[in-house]
Ligand binder design. Sequence first.
Ligand SMILES: [Zn+2]
Length: 167
Amino acid sequence: MSRQSVTICIGEFVLYFGAFGADVVMSDTVSSAKRSEIMSRVRGRGNKATELAIVSFFRANGINGWRRHVALAGTPDFAFRRFRIAVFVDGCFWHACPLHGTLPSTNREFWKRKLDRNRERDHSVNLKLRRAGWTVIRVWQHELSNPRHLKRRFAKVISATSESLGK
Ligand SMILES: [Zn+2]
């Protein structure tokens, strides 16, 4: 399976193709009506394909007890209440993955500010959750193509938290 990601700029649009689906992102110059029309078709964070990929990863590996879209800071994609683990699946483009994050060649300043803001938001969400006693797992979109690695990551965190919570 390819772990490559490709970013293509076409005028005001940036098409981002990751290992699990594509994202359409727009520059500042797209009118707000057009923007909201497009954004209504593109989910704010992650996408259907990545969510389904991690659900099937959980099922295939007997990882139970998760719930989706629990009302917590940053609205994690998944949460394990019992172990107080919050899981986010971060798109390589939107969250500026160190391996696949790219800055589109047009409107660089706009994108740099936007992606910096995303990173700052992720950071402050992590802090908020940790202060409230949650363990945060951020899964990169590209990690979904390596379930063995992902399984080790989850097993490690789940066993550490269950030990510290005495469960
Ligand atoms: Zn990545």
